[in-house]
Design a protein around this ligand. Structure first.
Ligand SMILES: [Zn+2]
Length: 129
């Protein structure tokens, strides 16, 4: 008899391979697709395991929260950011607007190199350090 097949549980999504996200916290990004298309905001959080990011004032959802006096939580409807796919945003270059990211190798003392992120169009550094 054939081995019983394992049932897939519910509507949980399959875990994806971690995506390499070139964005960092506090980057300014522009949304290029989806409900908040055209908005710009600051990156608040990055979830490389799911390939999603949290952008300030983008993907707002209303959360209905129950009051919990022990934790000082007020009930009601709170607006919060929800994550959006990284593929739906582009980093903003201060000169060109939304651009793709290129990498520049910078020689560091000791024969080593350091990768810095630069604008693919004009070459301006995107890491503000
Ligand atoms: Zn640029």
């Amino acid at each position: 008899m054939a081995v019983a097949q394992k049932k897939t549980t519910g509507r949980r999504k399959k875990a994806l391979d971690p995506v390499r996200i070139q964005l960092k916290k506090d980057d300014t990004v522009k949304v290029i697709s989806g409900r908040d298309n055209g908005k710009t905001g600051r990156v608040l959080d990055i979830d490389s395991a799911r390939g999603r990011i949290l952008v300030e004032h983008v993907g707002m959802v209303k959360r209905h929260t129950r009051p919990n006096p022990a934790k000082q939580i007020k009930g009601g409807i709170a607006e919060r950011e929800s994550s959006i796919a990284v593929s739906n945003v582009m980093i903003m270059c201060s000169k060109c607007g939304p651009v793709r990211i290129a990498h520049h190798m910078e020689p560091v003392a000791g024969g080593k190199t350091r990768r810095t992120r630069v604008c693919r169009k004009c070459g301006q550094a995107l890491d503000n350090k």
